[in-house]
Design a binder for this molecule. Structure first.
Ligand code: ATP
Length: 281
């Protein structure tokens, strides 16, 4: 198989794998964050065969914040991410991106195009291609596969890739094939692939699962560095990691917000201790 066909085949495979692809939109609709809030979720309800995965959930996220979302298995964290990204429809409620964009009126691909990127737990990079090529492809989007291989990068595109390589700390690995990266490096590359499209909001699912202590520390630094320029929501079970990055923590329980505050506040919250943190708190 020619490299071009191979590359295109992998891109198609990635699309089939249900990955939210960060299509670059040339004229992205601006998000109105004049009230400093980028995500308004109100009275959200999602039921699966009568089971309430989300139960009148209310959540507000400020523009540029790094929010951690925790909760026991089945608390509704994934379902919430699925609603924000258009993967799951809700029964009732509202979900607004800034003041002006009704997320419930858009499908999954449109939501990715609005500037909401999602990083799933398992990295889905193009293993046979270099770190640089992975970023180049994600910068131009699936529609640009042929162009990515044939056209020269423009100055701003090259600058953007260099900037992302620096943010994710993979400058020295740029010509290495993605398949040869460590698990942690693959996770950073995938975050970089999302960053290439300059998302406003990044949803990151269990970023440090399977990472070494050193990789975990580096990931904490990376996520902290993204806040401000981007809004980041991290779902994570590793409490030590959450403590290391958290500014505000939201605890979900049975599809609703049980508590919200600093890590110390939620760890000392009686309800949280009872239903989630238990004796570890
Ligand atoms: P975990 O930490 O284990 O990933 P979670 O907090 O992400 O858990 P969800 O995956 O959102 O929880 O699940 C919430 C509840 O909804 C669970 O009881 C789950 O079994 C149920 N659920 C989720 N998706 C579906 C589905 N497609 N069909 C039926 N039930 C579902």
């Amino acid at each position: 198989m020619s490299p071009i066909n191979h590359f295109a085949g992998q891109a198609r495979e990635l699309m089939r794998r249900d990955t939210t692809w960060p299509f670059l939109v040339t004229r992205r609709r601006p998000v109105d964050v004049s009230k400093d809030i980028i995500l308004y979720l109100e009275e959200l309800n999602v039921s699966f065969d009568g089971f309430k995965a989300l139960n009148n959930l209310n959540l507000y996220v400020n523009d540029g914040e790094l929010r951690c979302l925790i909760g026991a298995n089945g608390a509704g964290k994934t379902t919430l991410m699925d609603v924000i990204t258009g993967k799951t429809a809700c029964d009732s409620g509202s979900a607004w991106f800034g003041q002006n964009i009704d997320l419930l009126a858009h499908d999954e691909a449109e939501i990715a195009g609005l500037g909401i990127g999602r990083k799933f737990q398992k990295p889905t990079v193009f293993e046979a291609h270099t770190v640089f090529d992975n970023l180049e492809l994600s910068l131009r989007g699936y529609r640009g596969v042929w162009r990515a291989l044939t056209a020269k990068l423009s100055g701003p595109e090259r600058d953007r890739i260099e900037e992302v390589l620096s943010v994710i700390g993979l400058e020295d690995a740029r010509y290495q094939s993605a398949g040869a990266l460590s698990h942690g490096q693959k996770q950073w590359l995938e975050i970089g692939m999302l960053l290439a499209a300059e998302p406003r909001l990044l949803l990151v699912d269990e970023p440090v699962a399977g990472m070494t202590a050193e990789e975990t520390e580096r990931t904490a630094e990376l996520l902290i560095s993204l806040a401000g320029k981007h809004t980041v929501i991290v779902v994570e079970h590793d409490m030590e990691f959450v403590r290391s990055i958290a500014r505000t923590v939201t605890v979900l329980h049975q599809g609703a917000v049980l508590a919200e505050g600093t890590m110390d506040q939620v760890q000392n919250n009686r309800d949280v201790i009872e239903v989630y943190l238990g004796e570890d708190a």
